[in-house]
Design a protein around this ligand. Structure first.
Ligand SMILES: [Fe+2]
Length: 428
């Protein structure tokens, strides 16, 4: 310990002097001595009165200081990539807070907290993973944030609480007979484009929005992430439609690229994952950058070669071990680059994995122009739809077929096609 530094116990004792004075006035010397002995014991947790503390306003029952300052929810809450038994909810406040979500089927009488390693998270961006849910169940929820005015070892200063308006989410469910979702890609910070495309969809009858990446040109900062992407999306889809996201190569660029994952907090904490809803097993992959790691523009800061190896190994394991991958009526691949990234000959390896895994349809972007690559044209045994930059794809899947309609920004039909269910033995 630094010479002359005040110990925690000594500091606690000093902070309780006003309380001891008050006890002396009311109980006399004996009471004050007893209290001082209690306070001097290491590790003793004695609750203070408010004497010597800032006034509590609005939450007068709390034994710690609560200032009359209420946080504001600036962005969200928004839903990210639910599973059959969990959902992820994120939002942003103007000042540091700790947070939780109230939720329940009939009323929000359960709560899930944002915490790590035994500590409630305190910050301005909040993420709560709610687990242990029922498949296909609709839940009510409200996001709750309580301001933390100043962090201290003992007696942090608190503020008041804000709650989001009541909203609903529904978990995914592989037992449902059908699913309908919409896909867009390469919105590239164009908020007018996002608004126009979101208006083309019937969100009340959609299960989720799939964004296939390149939401940005380069990822610069938090304000940009909300202003150029998440807020315009939320205005279109509302608080109850979840976002399922495949990372684009442009999301790997820029000073905020390494923070970006916090704003699309996929439960698995990585950008490749699977989901099940209705008759579809979704495999979302990260096709990474579009140039080799040693390309000069990256200045030696990229390591996508080993990342791709890890991802491909994971996909192989998933195909080998997932019963749902084998048994689902359909397997849809969601990815940004239609050919996985054209570096180091990996395309053939990944296409081989997809062929062997019985992928029925791939949805991609990156090219900014519509393209439909029929099965067999480039070694793929499944069709690849490349959605254009100003287009919205509606995907409707039942147990027997997938129907896809691609709409232009003005609502006109660009292309439509149907993928029929294949017998299990004919997939490879
Ligand atoms: Fe791209």
């Amino acid at each position: 310990m630094r010479a002359g530094a005040e110990t925690r116990e000594a500091r606690a004792f000093r902070e309780r002097i006003p309380e001891m004075k008050r006890v002396f006035r009311t109980c006399g010397l004996v009471g004050a001595v007893l209290l001082s002995l209690c306070l001097a014991m290491p590790g003793q947790d004695v609750r203070p009165t408010r004497e010597g503390q800032p006034p509590n306003v609005g939450q007068a029952a709390e034994p710690y200081a609560v200032f009359d300052t209420r946080p504001v929810i600036l962005h969200g809450p928004y839903l990210v990539a639910p599973t059959e038994t969990s959902v992820t909810i994120s939002w942003e406040t103007d000042t540091p807070c700790h947070s939780k979500v109230l939720y329940g089927v009939d009323r929000p009488n359960s709560e899930a907290i944002s915490a790590r390693d035994g500590l409630l998270n305190v910050g301005t961006h909040h993420t709560v993973h709610i687990r242990g849910l029922k498949p296909g169940q609709t839940y009510q929820f409200q996001a709750v944030s309580t301001r933390v005015v100043k962090m201290k070892g003992y007696w942090p200063d608190k503020g008041l609480t804000v709650m989001s308006p009541a909203a609903k989410f529904r978990t995914f469910d592989s037992a449902r007979p059908s699913t309908t979702f919409y896909a867009v890609t390469d919105t590239h910070e164009d908020t007018a484009r996002i608004a126009a495309l979101m208006k083309l969809a019937d969100w009340t009858n959609a299960d989720f929005l799939l964004h296939l990446g390149d939401a940005f040109n380069t990822v610069e900062n938090e304000d940009q992430v909300f202003a150029r992407w998440l807020d315009p999306l939320a205005r279109g889809i509302g608080p109850s439609t979840p976002l399922v996201y495949a990372r684009g190569n442009h999301e790997t660029r820029g000073p905020f690229a390494r923070e970006f994952h916090r704003y699309v907090p996929i439960e698995e904490d990585r950008f490749y994952y699977t989901r099940d809803h209705g008759p579809v097993h979704f495999v979302v992959v990260d096709t990474g950058e579009d140039k080799p790691d040693n390309t000069n523009v990256y200045a030696g800061l990229n390591a996508f070669a080993p990342y791709r190896e890890e991802e491909l190994a994971w996909l192989e394991t998933h195909s080998r071990e997932s019963k749902r991958m084998a048994d689902a009526p359909f397997r849809i691949l969601a990815m940004h680059q239609p050919f996985w990234g054209y570096v180091n000959g990996e395309n053939d390896r990944w296409t081989d994995w997809a062929n062997r895994s019985g992928i029925d349809l791939a949805l991609a972007g990156h090219m900014h122009r519509f393209s439909f690559i029929e099965a067999g044209r480039r070694g793929n045994r499944f069709p690849i739809l490349v959605i254009g930059q100003d287009q919205l794809a509606k995907v409707e899947a039942t147990a027997s077929q997938i129907k896809v309609s691609v709409l232009a920004k003005d609502g006109s039909l660009v292309h439509s096609f149907v993928v029929e269910r294949r017998a299990a033995g004919s997939r490879q």
